[in-house]
Design a protein around this ligand. Sequence first.
Ligand code: F6R
Length: 244
Amino acid sequence: YADSELASSAVATQIADLIRARAAEGKPCVLGLATGSSPTRVYEELVRLHQEEGLSFQNVISFNLDEYYPMAPDSLQSYVRFMHEYLFDHVDIRPENVHIPDGTVPADQIAEFCRRYEEQIQEAGGIDLQLLGIGRTGHIGFNEPGSGPASRTRLITLDHVTRTDAASDFYGEENVPRRAMTMGVGTILEARQIVLLAWGEGKAAVVKRMIEGDVTDSVPATYLQRHPAVQVVLDEAAGAELTP
Ligand code: F6R
């Protein structure tokens, strides 16, 4: 796409069409959602479609990819707060249908929480559409380099590059949590459809590696090459290094 605004509104339309198609069949629409700067315009457009064009989220069940650990839900940097601010507070999604990894779970209960998160995805019928961004390390969710294709929802250690990129949100790298909870690469690959967004020249190098590089756990996003239904949605700057 010429720019991220056009791209975001096309993605929002696609998600809205899926929600409506599922509703017409009397079925839930299970969305895997991402945070960060990449999806914000998609969420803004979904809010507009709800407010101006009657798009309902009553049949939507959502599972967010990740959350810092530890993280209080009301904290400025929490992904719970992010999702409410950009989407959930402005649409008619049922609160009981929203799932976000809980950054307050006691350390000795994390494994059980993550096992249950996977189970809840299965109980909802699996993810219909997973929205992703990509980190400069090649992470999807917070699956940093070293994350394999069989990895599941778990506690991980954030890469130094990721913590540097998050530093401004936390007023200094020393304040960025060292760990996070994330769906695994294996969890993500089970989604029926995947839509990955990347904007700007800062993503151009990792986008090229994801699409043209060998599949390797050094760049976990390369595992998307093995998925049968992935769309990579780019603005011109993010696609600038791809082989023409
Ligand atoms: C966020 C997430 C991350 C981000 C990635 C890109 O929930 O899972 O993988 O998508 O770090 O972040 P932005 O969009 O801020 O460049």
